[in-house]
Write a protein that binds this ligand. Structure first.
Ligand SMILES: NC(=O)c1ccc[n+]([C@@H]2O[C@H](COP(=O)([O-])OP(=O)(O)OC[C@H]3O[C@@H](n4cnc5c(N)ncnc54)[C@H](O)[C@@H]3O)[C@@H](O)[C@H]2O)c1
Length: 418
């Protein structure tokens, strides 16, 4: 068996711990986190010595540690700087999405990557989920004919939306980025991958409709935990956060350090997770539409929905000779091949079952990244292709704010990309 690859992890949060599902391939040798409690607890769980724990991601990057790759899993805003520093210091890089929170930094990362000659992958996991792999295979096989349209809907899930995008880390654009980037660059990446083309035009609309002060129930207090008298609120932090296992997602994200019911209760009493969903400092949209016409004339529509019972993606790919229709979380995919005779189309049901978060894509992406680092031969998504999905997100915001259709080539020129 080949030796495990040595890793430096930057960011001891939810994602930073995620590499453990590939522990047969990876040996974590160092950790950096600006939060001492998270840093120490990560170091303890991996038995790391003090000299391999760092107070900020830049410190180990500049030390050129003897590791095979670095995993940047910090807050969105810090990705740009850490990614460029990692590549300039000769590290192979596994970079959490989004690449960075503005176009300039995204482009700088791609330039640094090209210059470095190192292996790099953006953590766009959905491509690796067996469900989406099968859709890609069907599209490439040509069995449904030429693809004409793709409709993709992301349902964030009503409770998940409130947790992450109203109360949590991604609630405020100035602290993370627009939701079409921070949440849905995954979906835009899928559309680029499936269409195998570049956008000709991008247009978008969206709003923050629901989680606004004027929608607060009468009598609602600023914090649920101050004894809010409103009954039967779907978003009562006391009901929601104290209803689950404090060691599991999403409850474990609420408290830094020990994950007990008592620490969870204390956290919601003092921190942003206890704030009324209608009265907080959230400003990211809770619904958005993006329409893309690709250069090969495929039309794609992406809808971001805050609702739905849970996190999932729903997709329809319309071809000239058939259609694919599926839902990620249930793992159910239907392939219809048109017959030209009423009621006699050939229908095939394909079931992957529920393979967990991101349809099981995370460990598969990591496996491919490890293989690319090991062999120096990469089948990973190129950094330019990852850049494309990010630029579509920024172009969507330009369209949404201006109310105009963005000509993608003109947008690229404005960023001085040919
Ligand atoms: N690929 C995916 O599907 C996916 C899913 C969820 C989150 N993410 C992304 O992963 C990243 C991490 O998300 P998370 O849920 O783990 O967040 P988190 O808040 O749980 O963890 C982030 C950690 O980074 C640390 N940190 C911030 N700046 C740092 C710096 N300069 N140096 C060292 N440590 C620093 C924080 O203290 C924190 O512990 C985010 O960018 C997020 O958007 C990706």
């Amino acid at each position: 068996m080949s030796q495990k690859l040595k890793a430096l992890v930057i960011g001891a949060g939810e994602r930073g711990y995620g590499l453990k599902s590939n522990s047969e391939l990876i040996d974590i040798k160092a950790i950096a986190d600006i939060n001492p409690i998270r840093r120490d607890s990560f170091a303890k769980s991996y038995g790391l010595p003090e000299e391999m724990t760092f107070e900020d991601g830049r410190i180990p990057l500049n030390k050129r540690l003897n590791v095979d790759f670095v995993y940047v899993a910090t807050d969105d805003k810090s990705h740009g700087d850490l990614a460029v520093t990692a590549l300039e210091n000769g590290y192979n890089l596994l970079l959490e999405k989004p690449m960075a929170s503005n176009p300039k930094e995204c482009i700088e990362i791609v330039n640094a990557h090209k210059k470095s000659g190192k292996t790099m992958s953006v953590f766009h996991v959905l491509r690796y989920a067996p469900f989406f792999q099968r859709i890609k295979k069907e599209v490439v096989s040509g069995k449904i004919g030429e693809v004409e349209q793709i409709d993709l809907t992301e349902e964030v899930g009503y409770w998940h939306f409130a947790h992450s995008y109203v109360r949590g880390n991604w609630r405020n654009e100035s602290e993370s980025g627009p939701i079409i980037l921070t949440k849905s660059c995954h979906d835009l990446d899928l559309l680029v991958w499936l269409s195998e083309s570049k956008p000709k035009t991008v247009s978008s609309k969206g709003s923050l409709k629901f989680f606004r002060k004027e929608n607060a129930p009468v009598g609602a207090l600023e914090r649920c935990t101050d004894g809010c008298p409103v009954n039967e609120c779907l978003y009562d932090a006391r009901e929601f956060y104290l209803s689950g296992d404090p060691t599991k997602f999403p409850f474990k994200n609420v408290c830094v350090g020990s994950k007990t019911e008592d620490s969870l209760r204390k956290a919601i009493e003092t921190d942003h997770y206890g704030v009324c969903v209608y009265k907080g400092d959230n400003d990211v949209l809770d619904n958005q539409e993006v329409d893309i016409v690709f250069e090969n004339d495929i039309e794609a529509n992406f809808s971001l929905r805050r609702g739905g019972p849970d996190m999932t993606r729903k997709i329809r790919v319309y071809g000239t000779h058939g259609m694919l229709d599926g839902e990620l979380t249930s793992g159910e995919l239907t392939k219809t091949i048109y017959s030209g005779k009423k009621g006699m189309d050939k229908i095939e049901h394909i079931s992957f079952g529920n393979l967990g978060g991101h349809g099981g894509g995370d460990p598969l992406l990591v496996k491919e990244f490890i293989e690319a680092v090991r062999t120096g031969k990469s089948t990973l998504t190129s950094s330019e292709e990852s850049l494309c999905s990010h630029l579509i997100a920024f172009a969507s915001e330009e369209s949404r704010k201006s109310g105009k259709i963005v000509l993608f080539n003109n947008y690229l020129k404005s960023l001085q990309i040919k």
